[in-house]
Design a protein around this ligand. Structure first.
Ligand code: PLP
Length: 396
């Protein structure tokens, strides 16, 4: 017997749940790629992508996942033998640094470990010591999906300005985009990369590189024809938006996803993610006991609203995930880059998620904790319910 049959729920930090409207928009014949509707639709995406990123600068679209956007961003601003500073708060920024190395760029890393955000004082000290400004760019993640830490991006800009360092501020918002508050222009971000399969609720396959004029002027010799973002913005011929055939069906899906976000309102989308994340944390506040499960990030202000990284005593993280998968139809995320790997797991709560889905995740996890006799405190789901109730009190 299993209680898993029914509609499955993928609660992992990307790909995220896709709205039916996105799926339906993609379920269609191939369009005319030479003229007409597809061209208009593509042009209509650009201002909306900028609205969500809170920027008036540029955005280039690439057919590729987040890793493609990493390479695109780096290759447009760096030259071989340049140096970048990686602010590592988990696996993902380290991965972005690896891409830089592959381009022939020197990588200097400050490793903040797996449970803390970027320490701005330490960043200031490293930048101050770089008196001849060898560091061309800082690579940071807004939310590191492996640890679920959220970094203080405006704080990084403040530090750069205070020490008068000209390095570009390059930020990976792949996990946080459309989930956690992000304001590219107000925060002084020069380059931002994101992708479509997390907060943007569209199947993996397209990614975005945002850049301002300072980043555009930094052109180095790493760039090749395919990655060149200059060709892709405001192109005279449609073909150049994607340097080849357009990702037609992704564009139809993305159009609907952006419509959903803008209809709800970007601020409301951020608020929804914040409240649902608070519900997850409230459950953990009750569940956490010595030898049981716990959140990876101690301070609420350092936690992502899109993903939560959790730890249990080995091998209970794996046992709980397997139980949720096979007994309840709920897929939780694996731990990434942590040891022992069967202790860590993650909950995705990004994009097309609402109160009943999150309470379903937490209720399912609580049933699993009990079914498997994993040590935990009582009342996790009840605490999450109160977060939801209090956030909506009196509304109908
Ligand atoms: C998912 C993710 C990536 C990688 O994106 P892919 O589409 O899998 O290449 C990079 N950085 C962060 C922060 C992510 O969450």
């Amino acid at each position: 017997m299993s209680l898993a049959n029914g509609r499955a729920y993928l609660a992992i930090p990307g790909p995220s749940v896709m709205p039916d409207a996105v799926l339906q928009a993609m379920n269609r014949a191939s369009p005319n790629i030479y003229e007409g509707e597809l061209h208009d639709l593509t042009r209509s995406l650009i201002p909306d992508l900028k609205t969500i990123a809170r920027t008036e600068h540029n955005v280039a679209i690439y057919i590729g996942n987040g890793h493609a956007a990493w390479e695109a961003a780096l290759s447009n601003v760096l030259s071989r033998d340049d140096t970048v500073l990686v602010l590592a708060t988990g696996l993902f920024c380290v991965g972005w640094g690896e891409v830089a190395k592959g381009l022939g760029v020197n990588v200097q890393t400050i490793d903040y470990g797996n449970t803390e955000p970027v320490d701005l004082d330490q960043l200031a000290a490293v930048l101050k010591a770089d008196t001849d400004h060898k560091i061309k760019a800082i690579l940071a993640v807004h939310v590191d999906t492996s640890t679920s830490v959220k970094n203080d991006v405006p704080g990084m800009r403040r530090v750069l300005d205070e020490v008068k360092h000209p390095a570009l501020l390059m930020v990976d918002c792949i996990a946080s985009f459309g989930c956690d508050r992000f304001e590219m222009d107000a925060w002084g971000v020069d380059v931002m990369v994101t992708a479509c399969q997390k907060g943007l609720m569209t199947p993996a396959g397209i990614s975005f590189v945002y850049f301002n004029d300072k980043a555009n002027a930094a052109q180095g010799d790493c760039v090749t024809a395919y990655w060149d973002w200059r060709k892709r913005i405001n192109p005279e011929v449609y073909f150049m938006y994607f340097y080849g055939t357009a990702p037609t069906h992704h564009l139809y899906g993305l159009r609907v996803a952006l419509d959903l976000i803008l209809a709800e309102g970007v601020e409301s989308v951020w608020d929804r993610h914040a409240i649902l994340a608070n519900a997850v944390w409230a459950a953990f506040d009750k569940w956490s006991v010595p030898g049981g499960i716990a959140l990876n990030i101690a301070k609420p202000e350092n936690r992502s609203h899109a993903v939560t990284s959790c730890v249990a005593t080995s091998p209970d993280g794996d046992r709980l995930r397997q139980w949720c998968e096979h007994q309840a139809g709920l897929t939780l995320g694996i731990g990434l880059g942590r040891s022992p790997s069967d202790a860590y797991f993650r909950i995705g709560h990004m994009g097309h998620v609402n109160a009943h889905m999150i309470m379903g995740v937490l209720g399912t996890m609580e049933a699993g904790l009990k079914a498997l006799d994993i040590p935990h405190g009582d009342g996790g789901l009840a605490a999450a319910v109160m977060v939801i109730a209090n956030a909506t009190r009196g509304a109908a």
